[in-house]
Ligand binder design. Structure first.
Ligand code: PLP
Length: 374
C-alpha cells in the first residue's frame, strides 16, 4: 500500500506505540497522590517538556487537549469570552480549517463581526492585507501556518508582528497543525499568543493535541470539572495518548530540517513528472512540500481517487474532513477551475521516490483508461 494521505492522518511511529503501551501498563490517575499516580504524572510532565522544547516554549505554557479541533475551539471561544463584551471583531482567513472556521461562524451567528481575509489574485496572502482587517474593535486574529489542502505557507510571522505593533492587545492564534514537526518555527519568532497542535498528523495517536498559551495570556477554559491542567482543561489526562504524543515529538524534533529537505525532493520529483505528463500542480512552488495539490484534466477527483485506491495508492480529494463536499478553499486560492479534478498528495518522510514514480504511472494509466471511455 502506498500511503499519500499524511495530511489527513499519519501512521503512528513505533516509538509512539511503545510509549502508549507502556503508559497503559502504568495505568494510575496522574492526580492520585500515591506513587503509581506520581509515575503517571511524570509521564505527562516529560511529554509536556518535550512538546514545549520543540516549540521553544515553557512547559507551563503547554496544555494537552483531545486534538487541534478542541485547541482552536478553546482559543476562539476563550478569547471571545475574555474580550467579546468590549470588542466585537474576529479576523480569520478565508482558507482556515473548519476547526477555526466553524467556531468563527458560530460567533458570527451570535452577533460577532467576522472578517474573512482572502488571498489576492495571485493566490497569495499579504501580511498588510490581513493586518489591515484588524482594528481597535478586534479581539482576535486567527490564521493557520500551513494550509491543509494546498500546503500554502501563510505569512504568519510578518502579519503577527504588524498587528502587534499597531494593536498590542489583540490575541493572536495560529493553527500550526500542518506545520508542526514539518517546517521549522519557534513560538517567540512566530509571535503567537496561542498555537493549536495535533498529535495524529505527526505519527502520534489520534485524540491528542495541545494548545500553547503564552504566559500572561488569560482566557477561560472550554471544559469545566476536576481542574486538571491547572484548571484550564478539566478531565482526567489521557496519559497513554499524551505519552504517545511526547514520544513522536521526541523522535521527530531533531530531524525537522532533514525531513523537510527529503520531502522537498519527493515534491520536486512529483512536480517535474506531473509537468512532463501534462498534469497540473496547483500548489505554489514555495508551499510546504508535505502537501501537493494536483489535477488531471478531465478526471473527477473521486473517480481518480477510487482508481488509485484500487491500485493500492491512497490520496485524498481536497481535505479528508470535506468528505466529498466541494471545498471552498481551492476556490479561494483561485483554483476553482480545477477543483473538481483535484487530488491531494500528502507526504511523510517514510515515502519514497519509487512510490512517486508509481503514482505517476497510475495517473497516466488512469488518464488512458478513463478519459478514453468518456
Ligand atoms: N487544523 C488543520 C490545518 C488540520 O489539517 C486539522 C486536521 O485535519 C485540524 C486543524 C484538526 O485537527 P484534529 O484532527 O486534531 O482535531
Amino acid at each position: 500500500m502506498i500511503y499519500f494521505d499524511n495530511a489527513a492522518t499519519t501512521k503512528p511511529c513505533a516509538e509512539a506505540v511503545a510509549a502508549v503501551n507502556d503508559a497503559l501498563e502504568r495505568f494510575a490517575n496522574p492526580s492520585s497522590l500515591h506513587k503509581l499516580g506520581l509515575e503517571a504524572e511524570l509521564i505527562v510532565t516529560d511529554a509536556r517538556e518535550t512538546v514545549a522544547e520543540a516549540l521553544g516554549a515553557k512547559a507551563e505554557e503547554i496544555y494537552f487537549t483531545s486534538g487541534a479541533t478542541e485547541s482552536s475551539n478553546t482559543a476562539i471561544f476563550g478569547a471571545f469570552r475574555a474580550h467579546g463584551k468590549r470588542k466585537n471583531r474576529l479576523v480569520i482567513t478565508s482558507v482556515e480549517h473548519p476547526a477555526t472556521a466553524a467556531p468563527a461562524q458560530l460567533l458570527e451567528e451570535l452577533g460577532c463581526e467576522v472578517i474573512r481575509v482572502s488571498p489576492r489574485e495571485d493566490g497569495r496572502f499579504y501580511a498588510e492585507d490581513i493586518a489591515a482587517a484588524v482594528d481597535d474593535n478586534t479581539f482576535m486574529l486567527s490564521m493557520m501556518l500551513v494550509n491543509n489542502e494546498t500546503g500554502y505557507i501563510l505569512p504568519v510571522q510578518e502579519t503577527f508582528s504588524l498587528v502587534k505593533r499597531k494593536h498590542p492587545y489583540v490575541l493572536l492564534h495560529c493553527d500550526c497543525v500542518q506545520g508542526f514537526m514539518k517546517i521549522p518555527f519557534k513560538v517567540k519568532k512566530l509571535g503567537a499568543d496561542m498555537i493549536s497542535l495535533s498529535g495524529h498528523k505527526i505519527h502520534a495517536p489520534k485524540g491528542i493535541g495541545a494548545l500553547y498559551l503564552r504566559k500572561g495570556v488569560h482566557i477561560p477554559p472550554l471544559l469545566y470539572g476536576g481542574g486538571q491542567e491547572k484548571g484550564f482543561r478539566s478531565g482526567t489526562e489521557s496519559v497513554p495518548l499524551i505519552a504517545g504524543f511526547g514520544a513522536a515529538v521526541k523522535k521527530l524534533s531533531p530531524t525537522v530540517k532533514e525531513r523537510l529537505d527529503y520531502v522537498g525532493g519527493l515534491r520536486d520529483r512529483l512536480a517535474r513528472k506531473c509537468n512532463e505528463n501534462g498534469f497540473s500542480v496547483n500548489s505554489l512552488p514555495d508551499a510546504s512540500p508535505y502537501v501537493v495539490s494536483i489535477s488531471v484534466k478531465g478526471l473527477r477527483s473521486e473517480v481518480l481517487l477510487h482508481y488509485l485506491e484500487k491500485r493500492d495508492i491512497c490520496v485524498s480529494s481536497g481535505s479528508a474532513c470535506s468528505k466529498g463536499k466541494k471545498s471552498s478553499v481551492l476556490g479561494e486560492f483561485g483554483l476553482d477551475a480545477v477543483s473538481d479534478s483535484t487530488v491531494r498528495v500528502s507526504f511523510c518522510a517514510d515515502n519514497t521516490a519509487d512510490e512517486v514514480d508509481e503514482l505517476i504511472k497510475q495517473l497516466t494509466n488512469a488518464e488512458n483508461d478513463l478519459c478514453k471511455v468518456k
